[in-house]
Design a protein around this ligand. Structure first.
Ligand code: CUA
Length: 312
C-alpha cells in the first residue's frame, strides 16, 4: 500500500490544491504572528527598562486589537473566496457515481446518463482524469463522511438524504479514501481506494465492470464456486452472472480486479484473502461478516480463494 496518496498536501485535483494552499497561507501567517509575539515577549523580559506608557498603550491596542481584527478579516475573506469552487454545481457532462456508506464499507454504483445503475462495485472507484464526477452520497445506516484527501472534499453521508459532492482528479494515481465521521467499531477501517486514470483506461474498466463475472476456467476455481454457495456466501454477496444475489455485503462480481480486501484493510493477495476469510473478526473487529475459521488450511479454502481471485 506504499504508493497510495493519503495527503491533501499532495493534491491530485483543483479542489485539494486550493485547500492545501489555504493550509499553507494559514500556517505561514500563524507562524509569523507566533514569531513576532515570542520575539516581543523575549524583548520585554530582557530589555530591563521601563517603557513610556503611551508607546505601551499603542502596542497593546494596535497589536492586541487592531492587528488581529485586520489579519483575521483578511484570512476570512480569503477562505470564503474559495467556497464557490469547493461547492460548485455539477457540469452537464459529469460522471454520476452513487456512493452509499454502510457499516463499515462502501457500496458504489455507477449510473448511466439516464440515472439508472449501470453496475455496482464496492470499496474502489475509478475517476477519469480531467472529468468532473458528481458523487451522490447516501447512507444505509448511520452518518458517515466521504473524503478523498488528495482530490478534495469532504462531505457527510446522512441516512434519508442525498448530498452531492463534485470533484475532479487532474492527474493519474492511486489515492486513499476515508470515512471521517465516527460511525462505530470499525470506523477507522472504513476506507476505500480511488484510481484516477486517463479516459481510455477508465472506459475499459467501466466496460469490464459492467460485464457479468467470468466463468471458472479450471477445476479448482469450479470447486471454489461450489464452496462459495455451500458455505452460504451467496446469502450476503452478489456475483452477477451466477445465482449469488445477496444484497447485504459488497458485490464481488469483479473482486479479483480490486486492490484491497475488507474496505482497504488488506492488500488483495491470495494469502491475505485466506486470512480475511478465517480470521475476519481479528482483522476488523465489529465487521458483520461471519468468520469461517473451520476452513483454515483446507483445500476448500484454497479453491474458494482461487475462484474469488479469478473474478477479474
Ligand atoms: Cu463510516 Cu466512520
Amino acid at each position: 500500500m506504499n504508493d497510495v496518496s493519503h495527503s491533501l498536501l499532495v493534491p491530485f485535483g483543483d479542489e485539494a490544491a486550493s485547500i492545501s494552499r489555504l493550509f499553507y497561507v494559514m500556517a505561514s501567517v500563524g507562524f509569523l504572528i507566533w514569531a513576532v509575539v515570542i520575539g516581543l515577549s523575549v524583548y520585554a523580559i530582557f530589555s530591563g527598562r521601563e517603557h513610556p506608557l503611551r508607546r505601551t498603550r499603542t502596542l497593546v491596542i494596535g497589536g492586541g486589537a487592531v492587528l488581529p481584527t485586520v489579519v483575521l478579516t483578511v484570512l476570512l475573506i480569503y477562505a470564503l473566496s474559495l467556497m464557490p469552487q469547493l461547492h460548485r454545481a455539477a457540469p452537464d457532462d459529469s460522471l454520476r457515481v452513487r456512493v452509499n456508506g454502510v457499516r463499515w464499507w462502501w457500496r458504489i454504483e455507477y449510473l448511466n446518463e439516464g440515472g439508472e445503475v449501470e453496475f455496482e462495485t464496492a470499496n474502489e472507484l475509478y475517476m477519469p482524469v480531467g472529468r468532473a464526477v458528481a458523487f451522490e452520497l447516501e447512507s444505509e445506516d448511520v452518518i458517515h463522511s466521504f473524503w478523498i484527501p488528495s482530490v478534495g472534499g469532504k462531505m457527510d453521508m446522512i441516512p434519508g438524504r442525498r448530498n452531492i459532492l463534485v470533484l475532479a482528479a487532474n492527474r493519474a494515481g492511486v489515492l486513499a479514501g476515508k470515512c471521517t465521521e465516527f460511525c462505530g467499531d470499525a470506523h477507522a477501517q472504513m476506507n476505500f481506494r480511488v484510481v484516477s486514470t486517463d479516459g481510455n483506461n477508465f472506459e475499459a474498466w467501466r466496460r469490464r465492470q459492467s460485464q457479468p463475472a467470468t466463468e471458472p476456467s479450471n477445476p479448482q476455481q469450479l470447486a471454489g464456486r461450489e464452496a462459495f454457495f455451500r458455505q452460504g456466501c451467496a446469502a450476503c454477496h452478489s456475483i452477477r452472472g451466477t445465482e449469488a444475489a445477496g444484497p447485504v455485503g459488497p458485490d464481488l462480481t469483479h473482486f479479483g480486479s480490486r486492490l484491497t480486501i475488507g474496505a482497504a484493510v488488506l492488500d488483495n493477495t491470495p494469502d491475505n484473502l485466506k486470512r480475511w476469510i478465517v480470521d475476519t473478526h481479528d482483522l476488523k473487529p465489529g465487521v458483520e461478516m461471519p468468520e469461517f475459521d473451520s476452513l483454515a488450511g483446507t483445500e476448500e479454502l484454497d479453491a474458494l480463494v482461487a475462484y474469488l481471485e479469478s473474478l477479474k
